[in-house]
Design a protein around this ligand. Structure first.
Ligand code: ZN
Length: 219
């Protein structure tokens, strides 16, 4: 959910993916840009927390976004460690962490990438599926690598990779992505999201996507 994701006073300006694609292709050859470069550390960011509760599940069926992101982030951290990454978590409990502190943690750590996890919400209950956001060209390939893996976690609609000026992406000096793992406002997505087994698969697939990026895989 993006309601609190721009930060105080910031305006969300969406760039069209089509424009980014053209820019990305010019002189890049592969179309996905240069990639994230060398990294051995992953900053895992569980969206929301404390009074910032994030999205509500449809008709109150199940946990709220802040609880689901924390659970998924903890699973993701474990999965990444098993793949040999150093992991830092921006929060490990149900408390509020300002967006500026989340990026400050990331910007202190060299050789790192930043992965934020969220669940989505829309007024239109038919909206469903997964999408991955990025802001810098060197984050684009990681977004594509991660999206490809997320689509294997559950039968999800593919909403693609997209650029957005979300605070945690825009103020990040490190390659950074934001994963929207499904819509809590959609009956089917929500029933998947509320299952621990789906969240485990999402965590494992996101970890696989980050590992693919480390290994320089072309999506
Ligand atoms: Zn969110």
């Amino acid at each position: 959910m993006k309601g609190t994701m721009f930060g105080k006073g910031a305006r969300g300006v969406f760039l069209s993916v089509g424009v980014m694609w053209l820019v990305g292709c010019a002189g890049m050859g592969g179309g996905h840009g240069p990639g994230a470069g060398h990294f051995d550390t992953v900053i895992v960011d569980a969206g929301h927390g404390g009074h910032d509760q994030g999205a509500r599940p449809l008709r109150g069926r199940g946990l709220r976004e802040k609880n689901l992101t924390l659970d998924t982030a903890r699973r993701l951290a474990k999965s990444l460690r098993s793949k040999g990454f150093h992991v830092m978590e921006t929060r490990t409990g149900d408390y509020f962490v300002p967006l500026s502190r989340r990026t400050a943690i990331s910007n202190r750590v060299p050789n790192s990438v930043f992965v934020s996890v969220h669940y989505n919400w829309a007024r239109r209950s038919r909206a469903r599926g997964v999408e991955v956001y990025y802001a810098s060209l060197r984050s684009r390939r990681m977004a594509a690598n991660t999206l490809r893996e997320m689509l294997r976690a559950y039968p999800a609609a593919n909403r693609g990779i997209k650029t957005a000026r979300f605070y945690v992406l825009r103020h990040n000096e490190r390659p950074a992505i934001l994963c929207e793992m499904g819509f809590l406002s959609n009956e089917r997505d929500n029933s998947y999201m509320q299952r621990a087994s789906t969240r485990q698969r999402l965590a494992d697939r996101i970890a696989a996507g980050v590992a693919a990026e480390r290994d320089g895989r072309i999506p």
